[in-house]
Design a protein around this ligand. Structure first.
Ligand SMILES: Nc1nc2c(c(=O)[nH]1)N[C@H]1C(S)=C(S)[C@@H](COP(=O)(O)O)O[C@H]1N2
Ligand SMILES: [Mo]
Length: 311
């Protein structure tokens, strides 16, 4: 299990050299040839599950969920509706080469190779709670980069008020997309300040290895104070837009899923309560916390917004 340091140390203060080197291997793999070195990274995974002491001031001190649950119990409708489907079916996804299209209100639009997209941004480990609207939760040790650091490079203009994200649309490799379960591609969006919040990351790995396909390879958004479905997987397009963008679940069931989708135990899903959750691996249900426990860092962004109407 991960041994963590408390207090207010910065990541640089406490990152042990071996972890630093492992991260560097991982990054050179990403940068060298897309994710060509992912196999080498995976070979380290066994050792990496024993990672110790990588503290981030943004990480939770809770015990991470086991790797088998994180990579075996997933929602990724492009690969099927059952929790076991993504692990079973996502192996078919080609994640290299991988490009990201940046468009909309910014000075540097274009289509960027993932290596270029991530270049110059050291990976951080962020241990975050993930709370699914279905009423289960996990604690996941992500490897990722603050989204703000990535977005700033494209110089959003003053017209950019929201950021829209799209998942890959490739029915030949994503069997779920051959059925009209959602209006593909999967879409999500954040207000610009939410996207720039230091908690928001683009994750490229977990448990010290590159992301398994079922978790959204080669990179996926992680917004820990919102329901899991906001954390869009396998991102290929990021658009700076003026108006609130469409989102997959809001399109599909607007009464059930709003744009903001902040974890809020006081707003029931129309068909079930959101007051409690089952942490995967535990028996007794826990009380769900407002903003999934991240209120101190994010509540200020929603001052003046009626969170019952803007659910
Ligand atoms: N493209 C895409 N992204 C997605 C989903 C999806 O079906 N397709 N499911 C969402 C939901 S409902 C959850 S709870 C999380 C689950 O992430 P995990 O499987 O890595 O735990 O991914 C989110 N991102
Ligand atoms: Mo979810």
């Amino acid at each position: 299990m991960l041994i963590r340091h408390g207090g207010d140390l910065t990541e640089n203060d406490v990152t042990p050299r071996d972890v630093y080197l492992r991260r560097r291997d991982f990054m050179s793999g990403l940068i060298g040839g897309g994710l060509a070195m992912a196999g080498g990274v995976a070979a380290n995974a066994q050792a990496a599950t024993g990672l110790k002491g990588v503290a981030s001031p943004y990480s939770t001190t809770e015990t991470p969920t086991g790797r088998a649950d994180i990579t075996g119990y997933n929602n990724f409708y492009e690969f099927g509706l059952d929790k076991e489907d993504p692990a079973r079916n996502a192996g078919s996804l080609t994640t290299s080469p991988w490009t990201v299209k940046i468009d909309g209100h910014c000075n540097k639009p274009g289509t960027y190779d993932i290596g270029d997209f991530l270049r110059g941004n050291p990976l951080q480990q962020r241990i975050y709670r993930l709370r699914c609207v279905e009423g289960w939760s996990m604690v996941i040790p992500w490897l990722g980069v603050p989204l703000a650091d990535l977005l700033k490079k494209y110089e959003p203009t003053s017209k950019a008020r929201f950021v829209a994200f799209e998942t890959l649309h490739r029915p030949s490799e994503m069997p779920g997309q051959r059925r009209p379960v959602l209006d593909w591609p999967y879409r999500e969006g954040l207000r610009l300040d939410e996207a720039m919040n230091p908690l928001t990351i683009m994750a490229v790995g977990l448990y010290g290895e590159s992301l398994p396909n079922q978790n959204g390879a080669p990179m996926r958004l992680v917004v820990p104070w919102k329901y899991g479905f906001k954390s869009i997987k396998s991102v290929v397009r990021i658009s700076f837009v003026e108006a609130q963008p469409r989102t997959a679940w809001n399109d599909s069931a607007p009464r059930e899923y709003g744009f903001y989708s902040n974890v809020n135990p006081a707003v029931d899903h129309p068909r079930w309560s959101q007051a409690t959750e089952r942490r995967i691996g535990e028996f007794r249900r826990r009380e769900t916390l407002m903003f999934n426990g991240y209120g101190e860092q994010v509540a200020g962004m929603y001052r003046g917004l009626d969170l019952k109407k803007n659910f």
